[in-house]
Design a binder for this molecule. Sequence first.
Ligand SMILES: [Zn+2]
Length: 430
Amino acid sequence: MKNVVLLLLMSVGLSVSAQEVNRCYTVEAMQKREMANPGYLEAVQQTFNMAKEQAQSKNGGQNIYRIPVVVHVLYNNATENLHDSLIYNQIDVLNEDYRRMNPDTNLTRAEFKPVAGDAGIEFYLANVDPDGNWTTGITRTQTNRSSFMDAFNQDDIKSSSAGGKDGWPPSRYLNIWVGDFSIFGSPFILGFAYPPVGAPNWPSGQEAADSTLEGVVVHYEVFGRNNPSASGLLSVTDRGRTCTHEVGHYLGLRHIWGDGGCSEDDGIDDTPFSASASQQECNLNKNSCTDSPTDFKDMIENYMDYSDEACMNMLTEGQIDIIRSILETTRNPLIADFPAGVNAYDLSNIQVEVYPNPSSGQFNIAYNSTTSQVQYVEILDSFGRLVETQSPNEVVTGNFSIDLAGQAKGLYFARLVFKEGSKVSKLVVE
Ligand SMILES: [Zn+2]
């Protein structure tokens, strides 16, 4: 065991000291993957280059992209079995940070405000599982693994046979695994994620990288905002931004310092050069490289740095171009082909009742709006695909019926479309 740990420490060049948190293991995990799968790093770089090219040739218009998420909680004890509320607020943090609706945008320094942007990306817990069944978007699995930190393989958490949990199809879901990555009871890594590999030209004779590894991994003590375990050493990471950072990697972003000195760039034009990671602090004077023609201080506000999360608050337009291009290309099925649920923005002031439900096909629907009537109803299948549209021509205020007798048995969604928005109900045809 001693040798294993020693080897591990040597391989990542870090010590487990009381003063240090290994914020992100992405670079080390990628290097290991390259060893197992030569050509991997080159394919990642090509994918990044393709995304950048695509972003530069695009103009205008910004749809909101919505990503279905499944959170896999792996626990060996009750503390690790995180409460639903932490999972919900982690999704909130992602939505705030990727829409620039985070409460701390006012802390972005004036010189960076012009390049700080709204990525137009939203996240929601999937409500349909890979078999088409209703789900909360959260799985919970008890494991006999007290830690998933391993000198040779950090990916066991993604495999049921290794004590983790197999992911859901990575083309349809953003898998987020949450578990223990401690060594000797101290958190060793807080998270990692592999950037996308979609480049078509793998070196001949080499297999494309294993897609079941795609997704985000977060140490359980820093998942969610105000996680009660994120104290002491981890108090700099108590705002749920480890996950924000790892989702950035998952969508193709590199560390803002390019994982090298001033000559090593992150490939993004509007992030200033920096020579090293921010040291878990909020040092507004840090200026490790000289930029030309205008010299900027290091952008410690960026989610892709290692600052204290209290001073992280932005992505740049250049970073946003990359992650949106990735969603339009390599990771496109995630938002396009089979949405893992129906993500309508519900009108909260309207209540809908469906009866009988389940039914053999005839459903009565009652709603309590006094201001608006249903315009039409979209019926979606369990994958969120549109099956048919019905126009209830006999809407007596607040009441109408729909007929699904011709449809196969199973789970459907009825999206009631009002002038102001929509409302979704689950229907079961049996
Ligand atoms: Zn990182």
